[in-house]
Design a protein around this ligand. Structure first.
Ligand SMILES: Cc1cc2nc3c(=O)[nH]c(=O)nc-3n(C[C@H](O)[C@H](O)[C@H](O)COP(=O)(O)OP(=O)(O)OC[C@H]3O[C@@H](n4cnc5c(N)ncnc54)[C@H](O)[C@@H]3O)c2cc1C
Length: 278
């Protein structure tokens, strides 16, 4: 194995287009290192981002939160203003692994890894985040809900790094996230859901129920049209256009879809109670 350690972004991007082959970017290593014992790494080259200056910033302005590519979950938990402005990001950060993982794992790594169960992606997606990708040729910004193209597949080209994530600031009247795992902490999601409501309407995203974290656009459209529900089954019928859960070692498709629709139904029902207006 060879580890390349650039100390600036220009050098990091240049190393991605070297004729020797594309190195694998590594940030916190909390996803990559899990697979190390099972892989033959003799010929692998890693691009270590830990020394690249300027990637660890977390900048909250009047308009947006900018999360640098080396920003960890813990950085956000400790940034009181950012955590207050985006409570679902703070909640998701605390749900990822334990403190050891939260202090190493990055938001960008959570996106780039492309897991269908990613908790950080779930929260960022309902806040309308976009991914800033940079190569030696160009910088482009892709909405997070257009970033994934399939299981562990994305629009990121091998010569690009995620350099930042941009989360626009909006006035929210509803923000909610729920994660169901085998236990309350240190568990990968069996099913997760997040919802927001702003002047732009409803946003609903779910994890572990599709090949990648996805928006539930049919449900969003129904909510934006003012639809209400009288049973979890009605929610589930709508969700069938948005999600395609599978059975795997963590759960069954039936459990995932049933729990997802019940979580949403009962949370929405709370809003109809006199004190629960949005
Ligand atoms: C014990 C344990 C518990 C966990 N629990 C959870 C959990 O509850 N919820 C959850 O969502 N995740 C969980 N994870 C997964 C992991 O911690 C997160 O996905 C984390 O955000 C990954 O970030 P990282 O910086 O460690 O990524 P790395 O492991 O460094 O990289 C992950 C992937 O992203 C790529 N990459 C990283 N940075 C960039 C970049 N800037 N540009 C382009 N590509 C990049 C790498 O090449 C690699 O493919 C857990 C992991 C462990 C080991």
């Amino acid at each position: 194995m060879k580890v390349l350690q650039p100390d600036n972004l220009a050098e990091a991007l240049r190393l991605l287009v070297e004729p020797d082959g594309t190195p694998v970017p590594i940030a916190g290593g909390t996803d990559l290192c899990v697979h190390w014992p099972a892989r033959d790494l003799d010929n692998t080259r890693f691009l270590d981002l830990s020394r690249v200056a300027g990637l660890s910033r977390l900048t909250l302005t009047h308009n947006a939160l900018e999360i640098g590519a080396r920003t960890t979950y813990w950085d956000l938990i400790c940034a009181a203003d950012a955590a207050k402005a985006f409570p679902l990001l703070a909640q998701a950060a605390r749900l990822v692994g334990a403190i050891q993982i939260q202090t190493r794992g990055t938001w960008a790594g959570n996106i780039a890894n492309g897991s269908p169960a990613a908790d950080g992606v779930l929260a960022m997606m309902v806040y309308g985040a976009s991914v800033v990708l940079q190569s030696v040729r160009e910088t482009r910004e892709v909405p997070l809900d257009e970033f994934f193209t399939g299981y562990k597949q994305s629009v990121r080209r091998p010569d690009e790094l995620i350099v930042a994530i941009r989360v626009p600031r909006r006035a929210y009247t509803f923000e909610w996230l729920a994660k169901v795992g085998a236990r309350r902490a240190q568990a990968i999601s069996k099913v997760g859901v997040a919802m927001t409501r702003s002047e732009n309407g409803w946003r609903v995203a779910a994890n572990s129920v599709a090949p990648h974290v996805c928006r539930c656009r049919t449900l969003e459209a129904a909510l934006n049209a003012g639809r209400t529900f009288t049973s979890p089954q009605e929610v589930r019928s709508l969700l069938s256009a948005d999600v395609a859960a599978i059975t795997d070692l963590r759960s069954t498709a039936e459990y995932r879809e049933r729990v997802l629709s019940r979580l949403i139904f009962y949370r929405l029902a709370e809003l109809d109670k006199p004190s629960g207006h949005v």
